[in-house]
Ligand binder design. Structure first.
Ligand SMILES: [Zn+2]
Length: 870
């Protein structure tokens, strides 16, 4: 094992490449796969099936007499080539076939008879058991990235595109859904055979099968069937959650310049799905956890985004296919950017800007806390490791930068060219660059070089001052990012043309409809620190750096207070207003708090109000608290949730009093209610002298657990999270442990498992042993989501004993994602378990000092305000 992995802790960024990572290439091609035909018969009670897989291959050269297919843990009964039995050699991972020497131009058919028993990956059998007697009976598949080989033998990489068909025999009354069109059904006693045919070429990882006793809801787009399959009884939730699909098909057909390419679009909501959604060609599978009831639809936009994301893949991923996983950002970046586009279309440009900021932040968090990598890399251990925030969210931000650089018209022309030229073909990153060049004449390699082929982004510090005598605005821009050792670039500096605008009020109209003029210039920023001087006729109200905020970056504004206030109040771009709010909160003081409170009350964009609430919690002044409490009345549930979470961070008895009624009586939104319930646990835990209150909270949390089960267990999970903060309460721990048992509704149980991590720190040795013993048991369960929660809990622990359990989980899990998470958790535990108790005590004392300092500051601000008559 390489030591350099652990040593790299010293660098600012850890390495993406784990020990064992190596370059990955597509294999050599014996020929072109033309068609795949599966014919299988399911034995659901025994979680097994048998059948044949026939592959028609057009050889690429003469004389190939040995073929190698991917096939994992299958039982291979026989192999024929063109109806003649052939010898074969099977090692459990690859199937080597001896064949008569090939002749160019003469296709062969390889037919493999095989069976599968209790498969661990690729195809999943879901069934009721004694703990969950109401679980539905379902069978579904998940091919991406390299798991199709677990359910049928194939050349399993995305560089091969073929047509396909699946004939599947299932017991009545189950439905079987697959890619393409249903061309035939046949009944035979208690069984029914479904025959689906996919006539457009696609890769193996997009072949799918979903079987269950589903309700089938028919919709349509321009005569093509649009179908939603859900568990019976959830028809209304299906409409609520997926009903916008036909409008989305229309929207994306138009945006991408290519009408929806497949004969139907089906979405099947399945139980225990291990992703949010999977864009199998014309047949997306979704987790049934995305189905919304009426109350959840109030402030859950996640489902709508998920539906848009998977649909966008029908073009980006399924019609235009990536040749190799290293280029997966082409599809995942666009699918994530399509969420932004749909938001823009459906909810307006301010919502879209905020959505884009949240995506950027997801990437920035991964970059600062996990690792930094180029978006395109073929060095990894398992392809699934690439499916991270760089691939999705940073990829989305890159698409947005391309759009900003080209302007809307040229950007869409380039996208149309890319889709039309590459429909039913495979692509690499360079093909996108070429399509842009072909359609617009622009060479955008500089964007790809700086944001795609190397890691990182610019961190800007921007200072501004106004010289009234010479009427000069001075803007100083510093790139503060730290030089990285080996991110594939000689310099860490970015070279970009960034617009800077100055805002002026216009006209004498009443304050509410003041118009703002933006005077914009573009400057080239390429050095560590540069100052720009702008001669202006009069003093601007505010300055807007990177107008429109199209560049992926971090920025900290060092402007004088009046300019920040004016920007928060007047900048037309919500992201600029948010940056101004951050800078104001950093300045602190009563003036800043007043401006933030005003914005929380009246900014027109809910996203800005959400962010302003967070910033108010950062300002340690009592006046900020009062402004926040007023925000509890906001009409938008997402803002209320942010206010509650901000109050939860303040952890005083005043915030306790503000949130208690909400926790007791509830809110229109599940999420707001859950946040308030969760907050109470944290607040009483921080005020240890308030024993009676802790008892009251414990009682409340208990009653929530008994009485408030509901959509996806959001509210009861809030109670579990609240309990996890009550570390000194033996009954809190007992309750959490109780809810980790089998039989507890899955979403709630997963929350309880995670909560074991939070509650574990600061426990007595006896309790710690109890928690470890429980997690050790849970680590043996093989279900993906249980493993993820168990790893999350163990990763929060501060005892080296957690590392052993994580190690064995990493070694045994069949899932590459869990393996990676477990290994990263081991590092975290190693770090935190090493923390010296003396350092911990000093931290606590520091927190107390901060608290009393805040009270003093608040009193001082009040006195100052009174004496200056404000
Ligand atoms: Zn995706």
């Amino acid at each position: 094992m390489s030591q350099s992995y652990l040593d790299s802790e010293n660098n600012r960024h850890r390495s993406f490449e784990l020990p064992g990572a190596r370059p990955h290439y597509n294999p050599d091609r014996p020929g072109q796969v033309e068609h795949i035909s599966l014919n299988i018969s399911l034995d659901i009670p025994n979680q097994s099936y048998h059948g044949t897989c026939a592959i028609r291959l057009k050889p690429i050269r003469d004389g190939i007499d040995r073929l190698t297919l991917d096939a994992v843990n299958l039982s291979i009964q026989s192999v024929q080539v063109d109806d003649t039995p052939q010898g074969f050699d099977y090692d459990g991972e690859q199937l080597h076939i001896q064949a008569p020497p090939t002749q160019v131009g003469k296709s062969i058919i390889i037919a493999i008879a095989y069976s599968v028993e209790k498969p661990q990956r690729g195809i999943y059998f879901i069934a009721p058991d004694k703990h969950y007697p109401n679980k539905p009976t379902q069978v579904w598949t998940q091919g991406e990235d390299e798991d199709s080989r677990f359910w049928f033998p194939c050349f399993d990489y995305p560089g091969q595109l073929a047509t396909s068909e699946i004939r599947v025999r299932v017991p009545k009354p189950l439905l079987a859904i697959s890619n393409g069109q249903l061309i035939h059904t046949e009944e035979d006693g208690e069984f029914k055979t479904y025959h689906w045919s996919q006539e457009q070429v696609h890769p193996t990882y997009l072949m799918t099968l979903a079987v269950g006793d589903f309700a089938e809801i028919q919709d349509e787009w321009k005569g093509k069937p649009v179908t939603y399959y859900v568990q019976k009884g959830r028809e209304e939730d299906a409409h609520r959650s997926m009903g916008k699909t036909p409008r989305m098909i229309e929207f994306f057909s138009d945006k991408y310049g290519y009408p929806y390419p497949f004969p139907k679009y089906a979405q099947v909501c399945v139980d225990d799905f291990i992703f949010g959604g999977m864009e199998n060609t014309s047949t997306t599978l979704l987790t049934d956890r995305c189905l919304l009831d009426e109350r959840a639809s109030l402030d859950n936009r996640g489902t709508e985004s998920l539906v848009a994301h998977e649909l966008a893949h029908q073009w980006f991923g399924d019609l235009v296919v990536i040749k190799h996983w290293s280029h997966a950002w082409i599809k995942e970046g666009m699918a994530s950017y399509s969420e932004v586009m749909w938001t823009e279309y459906e909810y307006g440009s301010e919502d879209a800007a905020y959505y884009r900021l949240l995506e950027a932040r997801n990437y920035l968090t991964e970059d600062s806390s996990r690792y930094r990598r180029p978006i395109v890399t073929h060095v990894y251990r398992e392809a699934i490791e690439l499916y991270d925030r760089h691939l999705y969210e940073k990829g989305s931000c890159v698409y947005h930068m391309l759009r900003a650089e080209l302007g809307d018209d040229l950007f869409w022309q380039a996208i149309h060219t890319f889709v039309q030229d590459n429909a039913h073909k495979t692509v690499e990153t360079v093909d996108l660059l070429r399509a842009i060049e072909k359609a617009t004449g622009r060479n955008l390699l500089f964007v790809f070089d700086q944001y795609v082929y190397r890691g990182g982004h610019p961190d800007f510090k921007v200072a501004y001052s106004w010289d009234g005598e010479s009427k000069l605005a001075k803007v100083t821009v510093t790139q503060t990012q730290v030089k990285e050792g080996n991110n594939g670039s000689s310099s860490d500096l970015f070279d970009l043309k960034i617009p800077i605008a100055f805002g002026y009020s216009q006209g004498e109209a009443s304050k509410s409809d003041i118009k703002f003029d933006l005077k914009t210039s573009r400057v080239r920023i390429s050095e560590r620190e540069q100052s720009f001087y702008f001669p202006l006729e009069e003093k601007p109200l505010f300055v807007s750096f990177d107008t429109g905020n199209h560049h992926l970056k971090t920025v900290s504004l060092e402007y004088p207070l009046p300019e920040l206030k004016a920007q928060l109040e007047s900048d037309p771009d919500p992201i600029s207003r948010i940056y101004a709010a951050e800078a104001l909160a950093k300045k602190g003081g009563l003036e800043a708090v007043k401006a933030l409170c005003a914005a929380l009350k009246s900014d027109r964009c809910w996203g800005v109000r959400v962010e302003v609430a967070k910033q108010l919690a950062e300002v340690k002044l009592d006046q900020a608290f009062d402004g926040l409490v007023a925000g509890l009345q906001d009409g938008d549930a997402l803002v209320r949730r942010s206010v509650v979470e901000s109050l939860a961070n303040i952890k005083t008895l005043k915030s306790y009093k503000a949130l208690k009624p909400l926790a007791e009586k509830g809110d229109a939104s599940y999420y707001v209610e859950a946040a308030a319930i969760r907050a109470l646990g944290g607040i009483v835990a921080a005020n240890l002298d308030e024993k009676p209150k802790a008892e009251k909270v414990l009682k409340l949390l208990k009653s929530v657990l008994e009485e408030r089960s509901g959509w996806n267990e959001v509210v009861r999970s809030g109670a579990i999270a609240g309990l996890s903060r009550l570390k000194n309460s033996p009954s809190a721990l007992t309750l959490i442990l109780e809810y980790t048992k089998l039989g507890v509704p899955q979403a709630l149980r997963l929350s309880a498992i995670r909560a074991l991590g939070t509650v574990s720190t600061g426990q007595t040795p006896v309790n710690l042993e109890l928690i470890l013993a429980r997690l050790e048991e849970l680590a043996r369960e093989t279900f993906f989501l249980t493993q993820v929660s168990t790893v999350a809990a163990l990763g929060q622990m501060e005892t080296i004993k957690a590392m052993g359990i994580l190690r064995s989980l990493a070694d045994q899990t069949p899932d590459g994602r869990v393996r990676r998470m477990a290994e990263e958790a081991i590092q975290r535990v190693q770090k935190s378990a090493g923390t010296d108790p003396a350092v911990k005590q000093m931290r606590e004392e520091l927190d107390q000092l901060k608290q009393s300092n805040q009270e003093l500051k608040s009193r001082l601000e009040d006195l100052e305000a009174k004496s200056s008559g404000k």
